[in-house]
Design a binder for this molecule. Structure first.
Ligand code: AMP
Ligand code: MG
Length: 485
C-alpha cells in the first residue's frame, strides 16, 4: 500500500471503535492534492499521485492494513439530543508518523457505509467535498485551527441528494477527530466506566499538560473550554459562520471540524444565517460564541462523573471572559492597535454598527483600514467605497480611530504592514466556491486549483487574483447552501 500507516492510537479504546471496510468507488480520479500539507507531513507529493495511493485514498484499494475504524458518538443536533450518531461516512485509515516524530490521523470522508450510517448511504457528493477541501486549507492559511485536507478524489458514481450528483472522497487529516459527542455518548448511556479511559487518552495524546494538574479531568475540561473560546473568537474575527454547530461537530481539540453549509460573511450582517436548513437562526453568526458555551455545558454534563460539579460550573462561567479577551486581542490586531484601552470595544462596536447599516463587505472593510493615515483626515478610497451612502458616518468613526492611533504613537508603515498580514484579502466566498464546483462537476478542477493556490496565502495581494478579491456579486445572495451533502 502506498502510504505506510500505523494502527491508530485510538484503536486501543475498543469500546469506541468498529472495524470497517471502505466501499470502493469506480474510476477514482485524484482531483486535488494539498502539496503544502503533504510536505508538512513529510510525504512526497509525488507519492500521493501514484495509482495505488489514489486507490488507497479513495477507499478503493483491494486490502487495508491496518483495518479502518469508525467510531461511535452522539450529540445535540439543533438543541435536541440524538442518542446515536457516529462516523456514518468517515473512517480512520490509520496514523501517519513523520520522520520528526509528529503524528497525524488520516481519515476518509465519503468512503461508504459503516455501522453508524443509520438510513444514509455513507457517501459524500463532489459539491460538498470540494467545499470542505478548500475551506480546511483556507482556514489553516488564515491561522485558524482546523482539520486539514490532503486530497480530493472524485468518481463518476452517482449519489442521490435533491438531484443526482457524483461521489467524492476527502482525505482528511488531524491530530484527532474526537468530538464532544464522544463523551456525551457514554455519559448518556450510563456507561460511565468508559469516560475516564477516554479522558485519559485525550490527556495523554493531546493535552499532556493536564496530566500534572491536581485534578486532571477538570483541567482537561478547562483546556477544552479555553481552546473553544479562542476558536470562536477566531471565527468571528474573519466572519466565518460554521452553520451546524451541533455538539457532534465540536472538536475536543478546538479545531474547526465538519465543514458543511459554512459561509464567510460577504456584507456584514450580524444576524446572518449561512445554513438554509437553520430556520430559527440557532447558528447565526452572532450566536456562535454563545452556542459554543451551550455546547460546552453539554460536555460539562458528560464530565460530571469525572469532576466536581462546582468546578465545572466555574470553568463554564470563565468561558465568557476567555472569549472576550481572545476577541479583543484579535480585533485590536485587526485595527493595528498594540495597547489596550477602555474604549476599544466601543470603537469596534461602532465600526460594526456602520458596517451593518451600510452592508459593508466584512473582508474588504478590514483590509481597507490599513490605508487610514493616522495624521490625515483624508478617507482612503478603498474605505470610502464601502460606505458610499453614509460617508459622514465613516468619517466620524475614522476621526475617533485616528485619535486612538495617535495615542499609540505607532509607526505608520509598520502598522500598515502588520494590518495587511492580519486582515486577509482572499477568503473562500460562496460565489467563488460555486464557480469552482460548477467547473469541477464538468470535470475541470483548474478553477478549484487556482482558488486553492490563491487561498494558500490570503494576505498578500497579487494582481493575477484580482477577481478573487472582489466583493460578492448580487447573485451570491441567492446561493442556497443547506445540510444536504
Ligand atoms: P453531519 O451533519 O454531516 O455532521 O452528520 C451528522 C451525522 O450523520 C453523522 O453521524 C454523520 O456521520 C451522519 N451522516 C451524514 N451524512 C451521511 C451519509 N451520507 N451517510 C452516512 N452517514 C451520514
Ligand atoms: Mg458531523
Amino acid at each position: 500500500m502506498a502510504l505506510n500507516l500505523h494502527t491508530p492510537d485510538i484503536a486501543r479504546l475498543d469500546f469506541l471503535c468498529e472495524r470497517v471496510r471502505p466501499q470502493a468507488l469506480s474510476a477514482p480520479q485524484l482531483a486535488l492534492v494539498s502539496d503544502t500539507l503533504a510536505v508538512e507531513m513529510g510525504i512526497d507529493p509525488d507519492t500521493l499521485r501514484q495509482a495505488d495511493t489514489v486507490r488507497q485514498l479513495a477507499g478503493s484499494a483491494g486490502h487495508y492494513d491496518p483495518a479502518p475504524i469508525a467510531t461511535v458518538y452522539s450529540g445535540h443536533q439543533f438543541g435536541v439530543y440524538v442518542p446515536q450518531l457516529g462516523d456514518g461516512r468517515t473512517m480512520l485509515l490509520g496514523d501517519w508518523r513523520s520522520a520528526d516524530g509528529r503524528r497525524w490521523e488520516i481519515q476518509l470522508k465519503g468512503s461508504g457505509k459503516t455501522p453508524f450510517s443509520r438510513f444514509a448511504d455513507g457517501r459524500a457528493v463532489l459539491r460538498s467535498s470540494l467545499r470542505e477541501y478548500l475551506a480546511s486549507e483556507a482556514m489553516h492559511a488564515l491561522g485558524i485551527p482546523t482539520t486539514r485536507a490532503l486530497a480530493l478524489t472524485a468518481s463518476p458514481d452517482p449519489v442521490y441528494r435533491e438531484q443526482p450528483e457524483t461521489a467524492a472522497v476527502v482525505t482528511r487529516v488531524a491530530e484527532s477527530f474526537l468530538r464532544f459527542g464522544h463523551f456525551e455518548y457514554f455519559y448518556r448511556r450510563s456507561q460511565h466506566e468508559y469516560l475516564a479511559p477516554l479522558a485519559d487518552h485525550v490527556i495523554a495524546h493531546h493535552y499532556p499538560e493536564c496530566a500534572a494538574a491536581e485534578r486532571p479531568y477538570a483541567a482537561l475540561f478547562a483546556a477544552v473550554s479555553a481552546r473553544t473560546a479562542r476558536l470562536m473568537a477566531q471565527w468571528q474575527s474573519v466572519g466565518f459562520c460554521h452553520g451546524v454547530m451541533n455538539t457532534d461537530n465540536m472538536s475536543l481539540l478546538g479545531l474547526t471540524i465538519d465543514y458543511g453549509p459554512y459561509g464567510f460573511l460577504d456584507c456584514y450582517d450580524r444576524a446572518h444565517i449561512c445554513n438554509h436548513s437553520d430556520h430559527g437562526g440557532r447558528y447565526a453568526y452572532q450566536e456562535q460564541p454563545y452556542i459554543a458555551q451551550w455546547n460546552l455545558l453539554q460536555l460539562a454534563s458528560a464530565f460530571l462523573p469525572l469532576a466536581e460539579e462546582g468546578e465545572l460550573v466555574t470553568i463554564l462561567n470563565n468561558y465568557g471572559s476567555h472569549y472576550r479577551q481572545a476577541y479583543l486581542d484579535l480585533m485590536r490586531a485587526k485595527l493595528g492597535l498594540h495597547s489596550a484601552q477602555d474604549g476599544d470595544l466601543t470603537l469596534i462596536s461602532e465600526l460594526f454598527d456602520l458596517m451593518q447599516a451600510q452592508q459593508a463587505d466584512f473582508t474588504l472593510t478590514f483590509r481597507a483600514l490599513a490605508d487610514v493615515d493616522a495624521h490625515s483626515d483624508r478617507l482612503p478610497e478603498s474605505l470610502a467605497a464601502r460606505f458610499a451612502e453614509d460617508i459622514g458616518g465613516i468619517h466620524a468613526w475614522c476621526s475617533r480611530y485616528r485619535a486612538r492611533l495617535q495615542a499609540e504613537q505607532s509607526h505608520q508603515s509598520e502598522r500598515h504592514t502588520q494590518m495587511k498580514q492580519t486582515n486577509p484579502l482572499y477568503v473562500p466566498r460562496n460565489h467563488l466556491l460555486e464557480a469552482a464546483i460548477a467547473a469541477a462537476q464538468n470535470g475541470d478542477f483548474s478553477v478549484a486549483e487556482r482558488l486553492q493556490t490563491c487561498l494558500r496565502d490570503p494576505f498578500t495581494e497579487r494582481a493575477e487574483y484580482a477577481d478573487l478579491a472582489a466583493a460578492a456579486p448580487a447573485w451570491a445572495k441567492e446561493i442556497c447552501v443547506s445540510c444536504s451533502s
